[in-house]
Design a protein around this ligand. Structure first.
Ligand code: BLA
Length: 325
């Protein structure tokens, strides 16, 4: 049974007050199993937005209107989609899906304007009565095994975050190898039994990571060098292109709202910018997925799954080399 996280010993004051306990416990959830009705990831979204508003002015994103009232084919499933922009923030968007006693989904992400090289805030959780599958990270804009400057700029000081959570939310085992390129040394990739206690820890991690992202955003200074802005934009576009094509949540979204709505949701809401931030195609970025007839291979992974254990050491050095495929 995991311990409740203590406050971090790092530079950031990551203390969590107030909302936590009742936030994830849910009224009438009745112990273990799926998150309690009406609580869950919605309360993270609410608090995260409140925290954002304390620091900046959110305005509704143009995608908001079209997706605000998206409805599932199945009346029992409720989708809630919110999107905003703000100074420095190109897109801050959230999707939750809740189907009572069945699934709960969180997909919360934040992308900066290309004038900043900020990591992408990425919080994804898929919860059933049997397990929760979670990815929480500040996804790097650049491959940090190659770009040491970028790694040092953002992750050197953030390692306390993963030290705080790596035991409580342990590595989830082998993972689609391609995903690793988009992850940072502080990524929380985990699968756990959806108990109240585990979700309490997750909630605390979500808030800690998000607050750090907000701090980084506060501190970020605008890039004036056009070449660097163009590079940032392309890096974000490459990320959007990957996720819009290969998101593991797509089959479920398709089931919930039908194929054409699911495609719209993915390209115009979740990964908005995939059609406007750049012109390169999926195969321009990820050539290894090309089929002989020029179409994109439907497989999620060409390399397969690897990395049984966390492939970074405590300093954030990549140590999964032999497994990298
Ligand atoms: C599974 N979701 C997963 C897995 C990962 C992620 C790593 C485990 C399977 C695997 O190894 O690929 C998430 N992968 C990511 C993220 C990135 C990445 C965030 O590369 C970022 C770069 N998950 C959602 C949403 C839904 C969802 C919105 O975020 C549904 C609407 C569902 N995720 C979902 C399901 C699985 C899953 C059903 C298990 C099925 C599977 O393994 O394919």
């Amino acid at each position: 049974m995991p311990r409740t996280p203590q406050r971090s010993g790092g530079v950031y004051h990551l203390g969590w007050g107030g909302e936590g306990a009742e936030g994830m416990s849910g009224g009438g959830g009745g112990g273990g199993g799926v998150l309690g009705a009406g609580s869950s990831y919605q309360s993270f979204v609410r608090t995260a937005l409140e925290q954002t508003r304390l620091r900046t002015a959110l305005t509704p994103h143009p995608s908001q209107e079209k997706f605000r009232l998206i409805r599932a084919n199945d009346d029992a499933a409720v989708l809630d989609a919110l999107s905003f922009s703000a100074p420095k923030i190109r897109l801050l968007r959230s999707l939750t899906v809740e189907k009572k006693n069945s699934v709960q989904v969180l997909d919360f992400a934040a992308f900066s304007e290309p004038e900043y090289d900020l990591p992408i805030f990425c919080a994804n959780a898929f919860t059933t009565p049997a397990q929760s599958i979670v990815v929480l990270d500040l996804n790097p804009l650049y491959d940090i095994t190659e770009d040491k400057d970028y790694k040092d700029k953002y992750y050197r000081n953030l390692m306390p975050l993963i030290h705080k959570y790596s035991e409580l939310l342990p590595w989830g085992g082998k993972i689609t190898s391609e995903s690793l390129r988009f992850f940072s040394p502080i990524v929380i990739w985990t699968i756990f039994e959806p108990t109240e206690r585990n979700h309490h820890v997750l909630y605390s991690a979500l808030m800690d990571y998000y607050k750090v992202w907000l701090q980084l955003t506060d501190q970020a200074t605008e890039e004036n060098d056009t070449t660097k802005v163009v590079r940032n934009r392309e890096a974000q576009h490459r990320y959007l292109t990957w996720r819009a094509e290969k998101d593991p949540g797509f089959p479920l979204l398709k089931k919930l709202i039908g194929e054409s709505h699911a495609k719209d949701l993915v390209t115009e809401f979740l990964f908005e910018g995939v059609h406007s931030l750049g012109t390169k195609s999926f195969l321009d970025y990820f050539r290894e997925y090309a089929c002989d007839d020029g179409t994109v291979n439907k497989k999620r992974s060409m390399i397969g799954k690897s990395f049984e254990d966390r492939p970074w050491d405590a300093t954030g050095e990549f140590i999964g080399g032999k497994d990298a495929g």
